[in-house]
Design a protein around this ligand. Structure first.
Ligand code: GAP
Length: 458
């Protein structure tokens, strides 16, 4: 287990109860593998994206951001290989009509001992027959042959039938970075090596069960492409593995909950590839990927677009297509890891249990909650809230006993509770309670500002 008390069911229940994540289209009975972020969840996810952007764009020398269109010229997906190769091997159970991925069936049946990534469709089919792999839903053994299934969502553009054109919802954000390589390089006058990053929605017609927000059909990616000269690529690949790991450690992940997983089978364009896996409640799973993509992407876009995408070295005048080191992480998958890592069910003295999300204050939806000890202290508490809310996301709560209000804030991970009590009326000091230790200190208003500024820095 990633931590001693977390299970997926407990996380899903807490997220729903506390406005972090709701099932998608719930009043219509939901829609598989879709989830909606609630008032608290949207803040947490925005903070995760902000922390990533700060680290990999704003603080990263020679890295630049873009926000490319989701709908791209369909030729992009021919060039990238997605129209032909972005497929899963699917099988249908003829008995209960459920759809499954053959590779997942083999992995589950062999308890991870067999790596289906190294098998062809024929080999997977033979394994399933030989080992009598039954349907995990109904227990039947009546499979259709394996067929490859493209994961891209198609839509069409135009108002009349004649003008209709098949287009796709992007299955990754990376291509928006590749097609803007020259635009960014020319407008920033960046010299190789430099990076282009993007955060945005991607869509995949996933047929596998989702495990909450781990695998969804609509999700956000945070991707960074580092363009470099061939020969320097291997060193940069190693550097990005470390940078990706350091980012997670700085967010507060325990080192023993993370591991590198080098790929045995490489995509035809990749020279080196690995994941960082996290110990989720359902076991070790990919959290992010780092790939040495060589010059494949820009070469293919040069070929398919007919536009020269070579970089001209200002020192020696040489022309070349840069290599790319890609670092890619799902914002939702990182959110699930952050929630799993942060969750604790703590038994207090006296036997009471409190649920706490112990995440980094930079990630918390609210940096502090402002709580009047009693209703008659509300005007003063509102004054403190008004002063603080211009500087920090803070929340005001006067409903219920102080103990219940502390618990509500613990459950959404608010790192500090600022209580306005009778002493506040006398000397303008307040108490600040720490979410993790539950210890309290007294500070004046100026003291609160510098205290919070220091604690939320990432
Ligand atoms: N451009 C490379 C690329 O898209 P990927 O391994 O397919 O590579 C990168 O995806 C990351 O995006 C994954 O490591 C994961 O964090 C996230 N991701 C991929 N598919 C996802 C899905 N269906 N739901 C949520 N996150 C997903």
């Amino acid at each position: 287990m990633s931590n001693s008390s977390v299970t997926m069911d407990k996380l899903v229940a807490l997220c729903k109860a506390r406005g972090i994540i709701f099932p998608g289209s719930e009043i219509y009975g939901g829609m598989g593998n879709t989830w909606d972020y609630g008032p608290v969840g949207v803040e947490i996810k925005n903070n995760i994206k902000r922390a990533w952007w700060k680290r990999f764009v704003q603080e990263s020398e020679n890295s630049y951001g873009v926000d490319a269109a989701i709908l791209m010229n369909p030729r992009v997906w021919e060039a990238s290989g997605h129209t032909t190769s972005f497929t899963d091997p699917k099988m249908d159970c003829k008995k209960c009509k459920t759809r499954h991925r053959a590779d997942n069936l083999i992995e589950a049946h062999s308890k991870g001992a067999v790596n289906p990534d190294l098998m062809s469709n024929e080999e997977m089919q033979a394994y399933i027959q030989e080992h009598q792999v039954h349907c995990p839903v109904c227990g039947g053994f009546d499979w259709t042959p394996i067929r490859t299934f493209n994961l891209m969502f198609e839509t069409s553009r135009g108002v009349t039938d004649e003008s209709q054109n098949k287009i796709y919802l992007r299955p990754e954000t990376a291509q928006g970075e590749f097609v803007n390589f020259l635009n960014v390089q020319r407008t920033t006058r960046a010299k190789i090596p430099f990076g282009i990053a993007q955060i945005g929605k991607a869509f995949r017609n996933e047929i596998t069960p989702g495990n909450f927000i781990f695998r969804t059909i609509e999700f956000e990616q945070m991707e960074h492409q580092w363009f470099c000269k061939a020969g320097t690529d291997e060193a940069f690949y190693r550097e990005y593995k470390q940078k990706a790991m350091q980012f997670l450690l700085d967010l507060g992940f325990k080192a023993e909950h993370l591991r590198f997983h080098d790929h045995d089978k490489l995509a035809h364009y990749a020279k080196e590839a690995c994941d960082i896996q996290y110990l989720y409640p359902m076991g070790w799973q990919e959290l992010n990927g780092i790939h040495n993509r060589t010059d494949y992407d820009l070469s293919r876009h040069q070929e398919y677009s007919g536009k020269g995408l070579q970089y001209v070295d200002p020192v020696d005048g040489s022309r070349f297509i840069p290599y790319v080191i890609e670092y890619s992480i799902g914002a939702d998958r990182l959110m699930l890891a952050v929630l799993s890592e942060a969750y604790e069910e703590q038994t207090l003295e006296g036997g009471d249990v409190r649920n706490v999300l112990h995440f980094h204050p930079a990630i918390a939806a609210y940096k502090a909650a402002i709580l009047p000890l009693q209703k008659n202290l509300a005007p003063k508490a509102r004054q403190v809230w008004n002063n603080l809310k211009r500087r920090f996301p803070v929340i005001y709560d006067e409903a219920g006993s102080i103990g219940k209000r502390y618990r509500r804030q613990d459950e959404i991970g608010t790192p500090y509770c600022i209580t306005i009590d009778f002493e506040t009326m006398e000397n303008d000091t307040v108490t600040i309670r720490d979410r993790d230790t539950m210890e309290q200190v007294r500070l004046d208003e100026e003291g609160i500002v510098s205290f919070l500024l220091e604690k939320i820095a990432f």
